[in-house]
Design a protein around this ligand. Structure first.
Ligand code: ZN
Length: 464
């Protein structure tokens, strides 16, 4: 199996540090809002990777945190008159439900910053003791970047280049531009935790380094996250962890690409933030999964209206094929199964898995026979398990989508059945003008008719 290791900017053979055990950590959400499609892409990507590694027989230990200490969250809680922990609890419950609705499995560990404070303090104390961090005297602690010679290894940049990309905060009392906060004192009566440096809050980067150490150990096999986290977040995690633990933090760094919405970067100012819960009101969760997994996880991907509508159409097509294969006798056929493993072994290429399935379904639709049906049916359990799609009963899924569109089109199935039977009668009476008229009227309403030798069925025009 090969994975693209961002640390070395190339695909590498995947060999876990400790025989069959895989330790994986993915930076989770900061709880200052609910999950949007960008979060969904990351969650679904690493859910797929987690499930595939397990399918390959690895003993996977997967941790993904919730950052439940954050300036915005503290401010929001203050405005609502509740404690930040209370607000975080509420949000996490909602977000967990969102993941469940998206078919994202719970990681083995879900650490939270508020529950890891003693370990974070211990981590910082260790860095100070070893001379890699310093106190400013006003209750802040900074990491001394110049003390770590490997800084910039992940983002492949030199320290001087990095200085330009760091925002200088005037209030900071640090020795060097690149130094980053491990602990910041809380101003006035602001929310914070007691520490040897007074009441304050941990910096974002130290939280991840500590949670990894606490839940998985000093070294892990896979560290994941979105591409936007490479610098400074992951660079800082590497620096802190190496200096504290005297070993590399992670062997493989995997980053999912970012998403755009209708061609634009997703941002609050553009008002194009799409919350997963809102998208789920319009689309089945498998539509979102298919839309995301149709692209390789490292690519930039558009998840706007067109992409979701296309994924729905494709999923509908696949489910129709799955319904059709159930009429055939199925025997084991490893053709597509082998391709599935080949593709997934090549840096989790779900995009190729789906493309191959398309080709197979297209072959089946041209020659509906047992052999072609068997090729699809044999691979189905693997796709269901790892990609989390096709887990519903085909007839139920088809029914649900049809109902959704009938509502939009403002027509119901009884009216359609009646029209079909009128057309049937017209045909029997050789009144082809009336029969065609009925067909055209349905077509105008968005309904297509399909005639076979024995019967006429209907479907939604928009889905073809
Ligand atoms: Zn992190």
């Amino acid at each position: 199996m090969k994975v693209y290791n961002v640390l070395h900017r190339k695909k590498e053979e995947f060999i876990p540090i400790n025989s069959n055990e895989v330790k994986m950590y993915v930076c989770g959400m900061t709880i200052n809002g609910l999950a949007h499609l960008g979060h969904a892409r990351q969650a679904i990507t690493f859910d797929m990777i987690y499930k595939y590694l397990k399918l390959k027989g690895y003993n996977v230990k997967y941790a993904s945190n919730y950052t439940d200490v954050d300036d915005k969250l503290v401010l929001q809680a203050k405005q609502m008159g509740i404690s930040p922990v209370e607000l975080a609890d509420e949000r996490i419950e909602k977000i967990n439900t969102t993941w469940k609705n998206l078919g994202v499995s719970e990681p083995d560990y879900r650490p939270r910053v508020t529950k890891t404070i003693p370990q974070i303090i211990e981590f910082i104390e260790n860095l100070i003791k070893k001379g890699f961090a310093y106190e400013t005297g006003d209750g802040d602690v900074y990491f001394d970047v110049k003390k770590f010679h490997g800084y910039g290894m992940l983002s492949n940049r030199k320290i001087d280049e990095l200085i330009d990309s760091v925002r200088i905060e005037s209030a900071d009392n640090k020795r060097d531009t690149l130094d980053f906060a491990l602990w910041k004192h809380s101003a006035g009566d602001d929310f914070g935790f007691s520490s040897p440096w007074g009441i304050g809050r941990p910096g974002w980067h130290i939280e991840c380094s500590t949670m990894i150490k606490t839940y998985l150990g000093d070294q892990i096999d896979i560290h994941g996250g979105g591409k936007d986290l490479i610098f400074p977040h992951h660079e800082n995690e590497i620096a802190q962890s190496y200096c504290a633990n005297d070993c590399d933090l992670a062997k493989y760094w995997l980053h999912n690409g970012l998403i755009t919405i209708n061609g634009q970067k997703m941002s609050k100012s553009l008002g194009n933030f799409m919350l997963v819960d809102d998208v789920l009101k319009t689309y089945d969760s498998e539509v979102i999964r298919l839309a995301i997994l149709t692209n390789h996880y490292t690519s930039t991907q558009d998840l706007g209206d067109d992409a979701l509508a296309l994924a729905e159409k494709n999923l509908y097509y696949f489910y129709n094929m799955l319904q059709d294969i159930s009429q055939f006798e199925i025997s084991e056929n490893m053709d597509l199964v082998n391709k599935f493993f080949e593709n997934m072994d090549d840096d989790f290429n779900s995009s190729k898995v789906i493309a191959d399935l398309f080709v197979t379904c297209s072959n089946f639709s041209k020659a509906k026979n047992s052999q072609n049906a068997s090729i699809i049916a044999s691979c189905l359990p693997f796709i269901q398990n790892v990609l989390g799609i096709f887990k519903q009963s085909p007839s139920q899924f088809i029914q649900n989508i049809k109902q959704k569109y009938l509502k939009i089109l403002g027509i119901n199935s009884i009216e359609i059945e009646q029209a079909i039977s009128c057309r049937q009668n017209a045909k029997l009476q050789k009144n082809y003008v009336l029969a065609d008229d009925i067909r055209n009227k349905l077509l105008d309403k968005g309904i297509i008719l399909k005639d076979t030798k024995t019967q006429t069925t209907w479907d939604i025009k928009q889905l073809y």
